[in-house]
Structures are given as C-alpha cells and as structure tokens.
Design a protein. Sequence first.
Length: 167
Amino acid sequence: MTRAAVFSDLASEFDDFLFAPIREDANGMRLSVVSALARLDVDPWEEAAKLAAMPDEVATQRLSAMIASLPTEPATDPEHQTIAARLIALLPQRPVAARSPLKAPPRGAAVSTTSAATYALYYVIFMLFILLSQWLIGSRQAPVQGEASTPNMVTAPSPAPPQSSSP
C-alpha cells in the first residue's frame, strides 16, 4: 500500500493547512506548509495530524520553531509566531475537550489497533496449531512389515481347503 493511499482520507481534511502559503521564497515563489515540511524532511500529513491533536498554543510553538529552522529563514524573526498562529487556525476544528493534552486517544483508534492485534494473535495461534498437527502426523512411524509383524485377517493367507480323496 502506498503512502498516498494510506493518507488519502486525511488529504482533504488537512488541505487548507498544508497548501496555505507561509511566505514568498527568495525566487519569488510562494512557500507552502507542505513544501516547508518536506524541506525539513518531515512527512507533511503526519505532522499535520500531530499538530491537529495538540492544544493550539503547543501546536503554534512547534510550527513556529519549524518555520524558524528553515534554511532560508532568520532564526530570530518575530513574525514566525504570527505566521504559525495563522496556519494552526487552518487545521480542522475539533471539540474543546479534544484539545486537552491529558485526554486519551479516541476509542475508534484504540479499537481498530486492538482488533488488528487480536486478529494477528489468532492467526499466529492457528498457524502454530497447523504446524504442530503436521509435525505429529509426520512423526508417526509406519508399521514394520516383515518377520516381526503379526499377520491380520486381511493379509494372512487362508488355509487351503482339505483335499478329499475320491477313488
């Protein structure tokens, strides 16, 4: 599965944020969030999801630091904080309770991870059962044919009928 397929559901959710301009580049080209994150060797969709899960203040600080760490940016530009706050506002709206850093992840995420782990565990147990049964079947020795074996009714020769002598 390609990375694009994995994040295809997220793409439209974070488009406003990822394709928003940060500033103009030295060449006069608009620098977007997606290109800035790519220049920093950060996956833009993963970072957008992380920033969306953070409280606004923390996300603004993190994004401001990332913008400041761009190679062509002066590290002390006070405008980084303002730009980061404007960009964080473009992230998808979430309930106020979800912005708290102490909250647990959504139940749906935990359930899908747990069910995947459960299916994997069942698969491993099933495979071990199959391998054990194959080993047990293969380790049975065939009965020995020859002198030490006792003939049974099917393989024992039947006695010849008595010969009657008729004169």
